[in-house]
Design a protein around this ligand. Structure first.
Ligand SMILES: [Zn+2]
Ligand SMILES: [Zn+2]
Length: 141
């Protein structure tokens, strides 16, 4: 990671290392607040702005991207080799990843047939997750 940043022209400081490590240890789709909490557990001298700046840096060097799913909170997602989609539960705000390889293939075909070359896909589905169905229907299982 250090070497990787160097090649991109960034220095790795201990604070930055902690922020980066925390980001990759956490599950995907973290908000700045969640990462901030995590980082503060280990070093409470790190400020919110520092965490935010470093998240932006992680995106800038191509290791993560911003995702905005429905609730106005910006989350940060590690870039994965295989494209994935998101199921966003509007009740618990949970995010589940789904494999969208086949779907992306179809989309690419449709785009290509119009002479369009796609370079990224965003597939987001909003609804109610399995765990929340029972709660919503209130049938007290
Ligand atoms: Zn994701
Ligand atoms: Zn849910």
């Amino acid at each position: 990671m250090k070497e990787f940043l160097k090649t991109k022209g960034f220095k790795m400081t201990p604070q930055r290392e902690l922020i980066f490590r925390s980001f990759f240890e956490l599950d995907e789709h973290v908000s700045v607040d969640e990462l901030y909490d995590r980082v503060r557990q280990q070093d409470n001298s790190i400020g919110y702005a520092t965490v935010w700046r470093n998240l932006k840096l992680i995106c800038k060097v191509g290791l993560a991207e911003e995702v905005n799913i429905g609730d106005g909170i910006t989350r940060y997602d590690r870039i994965t080799k295989v494209p994935h989609g998101h199921l966003f539960c509007t009740v618990c705000k949970g995010v589940t990843e789904i494999n969208v390889e086949q779907l992306v293939g179809l989309l690419a075909q449709a785009a290509n047939s119009r002479g369009f070359t796609p370079d990224s896909f965003k597939i987001e589905v909003q609804g109610v997750c399995d765990g929340c169905h029972g709660k919503v229907e209130g049938n007290g299982q």
